[in-house]
Design a protein around this ligand. Sequence first.
Ligand SMILES: C[S@@+](CC[C@H](N)C(=O)[O-])C[C@H]1O[C@@H](n2cnc3c(N)ncnc32)[C@H](O)[C@@H]1O
Length: 249
Amino acid sequence: MTRLISAPAPVVVAPATVFGQGRDDPYARALRLGGGTLTLRPHDASPDSGRRPGEVTFNVLDWCSEASALELNLLQSLQGPVLDIGCGPGRMLSAARSLGMSALGIDTSAEAVGLACGRGTRALKQSVFSPVPQAGNWRSALLLDGNIGIGGNVGRLLRRCRQLIARRGTLLVEVDPDDDIDTAYQAVLQDRDGNRSEPFAWARTGRQGLEARASDAGWTPGPAERIQGRVFCRLSPFSDGARPARSIA
Ligand SMILES: C[S@@+](CC[C@H](N)C(=O)[O-])C[C@H]1O[C@@H](n2cnc3c(N)ncnc32)[C@H](O)[C@@H]1O
């Protein structure tokens, strides 16, 4: 006898420490300055899984500025209401507002949320793994700027996002430009003055790692789009009766 599994198992486990926080709080410092360079690097010699990743450099000014033309185009291709997961200081929320789209940001950083709200947008200081308003009704959700790494477990994050999105919704994920990278590790964030965060669980994955986990988390991945050196994937929830054979026990 076959049995259809209609929804992924609930997963609500909050990681202990989060992106760039603790110790010298480099993320909050950079946001208060409105710019600067932050480097994300492995904390330990050995990753939790996958190969040891290299460093990633973030330009905080980009996050504090307005959305780029590319990002505006991406938003325009989506339907509201939009949930921006790890919204930072809110450039995508501000862009959504300029397009007349309803949007909410969530972020664990008090400084980020304060800046986003200061732009006149709606943002809540909370984790994606905590109860999210209007769960199951978001028509679109964003995981940009490496946010697929949140919590250090791509499969768990994808399952969590599946709980948040509407049946006909879209999850827009920016993956690593390196298609083959697929690694989970303890990371630290550090600024140019040596201010350093506590270690936190993070992940980096390219197109292949995302596609490999999508169906187990309840998603059908669309083709990847490589634009201006960035790579985006659109995921749609399985429609009823359209789950792949290996999900039918
Ligand atoms: C790589 S930064 C991306 C910045 C952002 N997308 C922007 O436009 O400025 C990661 C962001 O995710 C947030 N974050 C980390 N863990 C989170 C969690 N569990 N839930 C929600 N946001 C989280 C961080 O505070 C940070 O703002």
